[in-house]
Ligand binder design. Structure first.
Ligand code: DLL
Length: 432
């Protein structure tokens, strides 16, 4: 059994611990954060309102807008003297979301990321190449300190300059690659262009990928191209960064570290909890954070929870790979569709490069989408007939998987922008 604290043997144990920590945290936030004091007072909530884990539903949600309204440090529960690190999430619109950490928070964070890495079979014998950006983004530093705690040898390559990254991976004999799954795919392709066969010429054995939605299809492509076992891990800056959840060897969902977080799944429209095992929006409450306690944060990520004990021995609940964000959902001819569902279909088809973009438009009151798919050189330049066959095949597969057809356009090889961080899979013209 990995990483279950010994005193947590059943769901009841977890829920008892969560209830106790939640009560303490409400008291702590009430005394130290004006925003929560006002919010809780208004609806008459205090520590004694919480007697079981279900009582969490009495608390109001926190949203990204609350971070914006309190920009930059208004949600911090400690004086600046006690803050030792600041990160921020980029956000495509408006001010970034700013998060702070005390020394103790950094310690907790490293422990959590070390757990994620260990469950992905990483040990102190590994040489870990981190190609996440080191900066305001939590990916680089977050993974770095956790892996350092585990005792691995870290190559803090940060993002960019892919050819140099490949040289470092080869020369230093990296055994673990840490980055976004889309950038890992780019690394695999550039390696091939350089005449390097990752399976033979590199020592990589494990990929720890996260920070963006990715399909099982992409997992297979990455495992095949790099000769690795690819593990998913999930997190978000507001709750800490990476280290919220990660896959174990069974790869049957990501274990949420429930001794540090409470996870709920709600109906994004009504805010009510969904039935056990159903899809909905993930809502996260932190239990151990000092600088920035967070209550019922609306992540906008759509997933579902499995609270059955895992074959690995852990009783921590598992979340499915998020299928997307509520903001990215399209309603095409009445069918709710997430980009990752389209990815799953595309990556099951031979002859498609793993690069695509979805352009979403609003036509009247309806959503409309075009999928741009890269073809390989031969198909694009020489073979109109095969191009048409490919479009037909994609549409037939979309129709059978999702029940609708979506416009597909085959585009030139290498014409879709490669990202060094999170891939830009969606051009959403509805938001302009
Ligand atoms: O992406 C933290 C992170 C860094 C996680 C490195 C894992 C590895 P943010 O920049 O605040 O933080 O973005 C958080 O990214 O709400 C999800 O929409 C998405 N996301 C993160 N991990 C996954 C994942 C980091 N494994 C937002 N699968 C989240 C799908 C993910 N989406």
């Amino acid at each position: 059994m990995w990483d279950n604290p010994k005193n947590l043997l059943s769901r009841q144990d977890i829920e008892n611990l969560q209830t106790e920590l939640l009560r303490e945290n409400i008291d702590y936030a009430f005394s130290n954060v004006k925003f929560y004091k006002e919010k809780f007072s208004k609806i008459g909530i205090n520590k004694s309102s919480i007697n079981s884990i279900e009582d969490i539903q009495k608390l109001p949600f926190t949203t990204k807008e609350d971070f914006r309204d309190n920009y930059p440090f208004g949600l911090f529960a400690v004086p600046m003297k006690n803050i030792v690190r600041i990160h921020a999430s980029s956000g495509t619109t408006g001010k970034p979301t700013v998060v702070g950490y005390t020394k103790k928070d950094i310690d907790t964070w490293s422990d959590l990321v070390a757990r994620v890495a260990r469950s992905a079979s990483v040990t102190d014998e590994d040489i870990v190449h981190i190609a996440f950006g080191y900066g305001l983004f939590t990916g680089g530093f977050g993974l770095h300190y956790g892996l350092e705690k585990l005792g691995a040898a870290i190559v803090p390559a940060s993002s960019g300059n892919t050819k140099r990254q490949i040289m470092l991976i080869k020369d230093y004999g990296a055994t673990v690659l840490v980055c976004t799954p889309s950038y890992a795919m780019h690394i695999a392709e550039v390696a091939k262009e350089l005449g390097i066969n990752p399976k033979e010429d590199l020592c990589l054995r494990v990929g720890m990928f996260g920070a963006e939605p990715w399909s099982e299809g992409l997992r297979k492509k990455l495992e095949e191209a790099l000769g690795i076992k690819a593990y998913d891990n999930y997190g978000l800056s507001e709750a800490m960064g990476p280290g919220v959840a990660g896959e174990c060897e069974t790869q049957n969902g990501m274990h949420i570290y429930e001794d540090n977080f409470i996870a709920e799944i709600i109906d994004p429209d009504t805010g009510r909890p969904v039935k056990d095992g159903e899809y909905g929006e993930l809502v996260i409450t932190t239990l151990t954070k000092e600088a920035l306690p967070l209550f019922r944060y609306r992540t906008r990520d759509i997933t579902r929870l499995n609270k059955e004990k895992c074959a690995c021995g852990s009783i921590f609940a598992r979340m499915d790979k998020p299928i997307g964000r509520t903001d990215d959902m399209m309603i095409i001819r009445g069918v709710n569709i997430f980009p990752s569902q389209i990815e799953e279909v595309l990556f099951g088809i031979d002859g498609i490069s793993p690069h695509y973009q979805i352009v979403i438009n609003r036509v009247g009151a309806l959503d409309d989408a075009v999928i741009l798919v890269e073809a390989n050189e031969h198909l694009f330049f020489d073979d109109m007939k095969h191009q048409r066959m490919l479009v037909d095949e994609i549409n037939a597969e979309l129709k059978s998987a999702l029940g609708i057809e979506i416009k597909v356009k085959i585009v030139e090889p290498s014409s879709i922008e490669r990202s060094i961080g999170k891939a830009k899979r969606i051009i959403d013209n509805r938001k302009i």
